[in-house]
Design a protein around this ligand. Structure first.
Ligand SMILES: Nc1ncnc2c1ncn2[C@@H]1O[C@H](COP(=O)(O)OP(=O)(O)O)[C@@H](O)[C@H]1O
Ligand SMILES: [Mg+2]
Length: 243
C-alpha cells in the first residue's frame, strides 16, 4: 500500500498508509501506548487507536480523519469560541478518564503536555463549523497537574502573544469550559511553559537535534520569548479575568 507524507509535524516524519499512520516511536512510547489503550477500553474517541508496530519498527496508529490546524492561517471555525470551549471540554474528558489510574501515578491526571491546534483534529459534524474532535501527538504525555494542560491550552489556542485579540475573555472561556476550580496559578503556569519551551529549543538546538535547529532557524526562540514578554506585560488583566 502506498505511503503518503503527512504535513504539519515538527519532530517526526509521519506517513499515512490506508487507514493508519506510521510514526517513529518516541522515547517513552510504552507509556503512550498504555495511555492510548486506556482510551480505547473506555471508548473515548478523542485520541488515535494504537495498533502495534509495523515491520519497520514504526508505531501504527489509527488515522483520524479531519482537519489538523497546523498552518498559520485557519478558518473561522478553528478559532471560534465554540472550538476553544470544545477543546477545553475534551481536555477535561481525558483528564477525568486518567485521574486515579496507575498511569497518573501520584499525580492528579495524565497530561498531554503539547496541546495546540496543530496537534488537534477538527471536523464539522453538524454544519456549524469545524470543532475539535481528537488530539494527536501524545509523545510528551506524562503524569501531571490539570492546570498544566489548561495553561498550555490558554497559550496555544487563545494565541497569547503580540497581536492576541480578546485574550482575557478567551482565557476565561477556556477555564470555564474546562471547569477549572482553582485558577490562581494559570498565568504563572503559562509563563512557566513559555520559559521552558524557549529554553528547551535553545538547549536542543545547541545539542544539534534537527527539529530544534530548524525551529531556532525559523525564529522560534524569539517568537516564544515575545509571547512570554506579552503575557508578563498583560498578567494583571489576564488574572483579573480569571477571578
Ligand atoms: N493519528 C493521526 N490521524 C490523522 N493525522 C495524523 C495522525 N497523526 C499524525 N497526523 C498528521 O501528521 C502530522 C504530524 O504528526 P504529529 O504526530 O503531530 O508529529 P510531530 O511529533 O512531528 O509533531 C500532523 O500534523 C497530522 O497532520
Ligand atoms: Mg505534532
Amino acid at each position: 500500500m502506498p505511503e503518503t507524507h503527512l504535513p504539519g509535524g515538527f519532530v517526526n516524519a509521519v506517513v499515512r498508509v490506508g487507514d493508519t499512520v506510521r510514526r517513529t516511536p518516541a522515547q517513552r512510547s510504552a507509556f503512550v501506548h498504555e495511555l492510548l489503550g486506556l482510551f480505547e477500553r473506555r471508548g473515548w474517541p478523542g485520541a488515535p487507536r494504537f495498533h502495534g508496530f509495523d515491520e519497520r519498527g514504526r508505531e501504527i496508529l489509527g488515522f483520524v480523519a479531519g482537519h489538523v490546524a497546523w498552518e498559520e492561517a485557519q478558518p473561522d471555525g478553528v478559532t471560534s469560541d465554540a472550538s476553544l470551549a470544545r477543546a477545553a471540554e475534551l481536555v477535561r474528558e481525558f483528564h477525568d478518564l486518567t485521574a486515579g489510574t496507575p498511569l497518573a501515578g501520584a499525580e492528579e491526571v495524565v497530561c498531554h503536555n503539547d496541546l495546540s491546534p496543530r496537534n488537534t483534529v477538527y471536523r464539522d459534524a453538524d454544519g456549524e463549523g469545524l470543532r475539535p474532535v481528537a488530539f494527536i501527538d501524545w509523545d510528551l504525555a506524562t503524569p501531571g497537574r490539570r492546570i498544566h494542560d489548561v495553561a498550555h491550552v490558554c497559550w496555544q489556542y487563545a494565541g497569547l502573544g503580540p497581536g492576541a485579540t480578546d485574550a482575557p475573555r478567551r482565557v476565561r472561556l477556556i477555564c470555564d469550559a474546562y471547569g477549572l476550580a482553582d485558577r490562581g496559578g494559570v498565568v504563572a503556569a503559562i509563563l512557566w511553559w513559555q520559559d521552558r519551551c524557549r529554553r528547551g529549543i535553545e538547549a536542543d538546538a545547541a545539542a544539534g537535534l534537527p527539529h530544534a535547529v530548524r525551529l531556532r532557524a525559523a525564529g522560534a526562540v524569539e517568537q516564544v520569548g515575545a509571547a512570554h514578554d506579552w503575557v508578563a506585560a498583560h498578567r494583571a488583566d489576564l488574572e483579573r479575568a480569571l477571578l
